[in-house]
Design a protein around this ligand. Structure first.
Ligand code: FMN
Length: 356
């Protein structure tokens, strides 16, 4: 029913991928997402200038292990030449795709003329696209992430289309559109009609959709209602890597299954193990994994109590004990539970902590 997705010469397959998620989509999250069916995952957005420095953080960003493919590296910045140079570093490090962030609505980012701010400045935005394409020199597909405009003015709409069309004409492989505007941040819904319009206007191009994909049903609906080639799942897969398997189940005409407590426990404990290795110790991994665990709690059969327990975690020992107690397989039912549309969780997320 849906064609397998590809990003230029990078085959992806399942048309639902894991979005770039600042503060979340580190190597451990991407590894867990892949283990549950995500065919492609984007790393957290990173500042171009940061990639060009030398240090521990850069070494971490620029080390792409063999099992983390295909992976997209996403850049943010305001100067075409540093953007291009950083893109080249990402490709050299082994990223399969370079993604350009023209969507971040965080005030600090806008104040520095980065992210979503660039949607108001097609000249600089397209100079960045040129610089990245030139630096990458065909060694990896270049993609762009955009909101539907800076605000809802006619000028903002014209700027959006100037950047979109200009990017494709210059050789960008795919564009992900999150059809909220920058000013609205996360208030109000994602306008899927706009996505359908973009898709109609750019039939020959690869358009991916984003926004309000909280359950596997939403993913199938977006694919059907807008005709996009694929979607990037964001809030809906934090604490819920099972979403990818559930989409596979629905696309195969089967019911989507609710993960068992055992599956949730195993995923979280594996995430913990990966994070301890990635961050270099239990103390260093704790805050990141605790954040993910709080998100997993939203999908627990008693989400309010589970969240309270996770929020109270203060030490590695307490984290593991709490996960084992809350997600105790002995409490699993014998029969697999089918996910119903009305039971899908709408994840809580404040507007302040997001970057696209
Ligand atoms: C915590 C968080 C971090 C995000 N970080 C990024 C990012 O680094 N790069 C990006 O392009 N979008 C980022 N986004 C935006 C998402 O990729 C997505 O476009 C947006 O959340 C809309 O999808 P949703 O409504 O299904 O969550 C982030 C969103 C959230 C909630």
């Amino acid at each position: 029913m849906f064609l397998p997705l590809s990003l230029g010469r990078v085959p992806i397959g399942l048309p639902v991928v894991q979005a770039a998620l600042s503060g979340y989509s580190d190597l451990p999250m991407r590894t867990i997402a892949r283990a549950h069916g995500a065919p492609y995952a984007l790393a957290e957005v990173v500042l171009d200038a940061l990639v060009l420095q030398r240090g521990k953080l850069q070494r971490r960003i620029l080390s792409v292990p063999e099992h983390d493919h295909p992976v997209g590296g996403q850049l943010m910045g305001s100067q075409p030449h540093t953007f291009g140079a950083a893109a080249r570093e990402l490709v050299r490090a082994g990223y399969d795709v370079v993604d350009i962030n023209f969507g971040c609505p965080v005030n600090k980012v806008l104040g520095r003329r980065r992210g979503g701010w660039l949607l108001q400045d097609p000249t600089t935005a397209l100079a960045i696209v040129d610089s990245v394409l030139q630096a990458v020199a065909g060694d990896a597909p270049v993609t762009v992430k955009m909101r539907r405009g800076y605000d809802d003015s006619p000028t903002a709409e014209a700027d959006f289309f100037a950047i979109l069309e200009g990017a494709f004409l210059r050789g960008v492989t795919a564009v992900t559109v999150h059809p909220r505007n920058v000013v609205q941040k996360y208030v109000g819904r994602s306008r899927w009609e706009f996505l359908a319009r973009v898709r109609r206007q750019f039939q020959e191009r690869t358009i991916l959709g984003s926004g309000d994909l909280f359950s596997p049903f939403d993913v199938v609906d977006m694919l059907q209602q807008t005709g996009v080639a694929g979607v990037t799942m964001a809030r809906g897969c934090i604490g819920n890597p099972f979403a990818f398997t559930q989409v596979q189940q629905l696309l195969a005409g089967r019911p989507a299954l609710v993960p068992t407590l055992r599956q949730q426990r195993d995923a979280l404990l594996e995430h913990w193990r990966l994070a301890v290795a990635f961050y270099g110790g239990e103390a260093a991994a704790l805050s990141s994994v605790r954040m993910h665990a709080i998100k997993y709690a939203q999908y627990h059969p008693s989400p309010v109590q589970a969240r309270e327990r996770m929020v109270a975690v203060r030490s590695p020992v307490q984290l593991v004990a709490t996960v084992e107690e809350l997600f105790d397989p002995a409490l699993d039912q014998d029969v697999a539970k089918v996910l119903r549309r009305e039971d899908a969780v709408v994840p809580a997320m404040s507007a302040g902590d997001s970057c696209g």
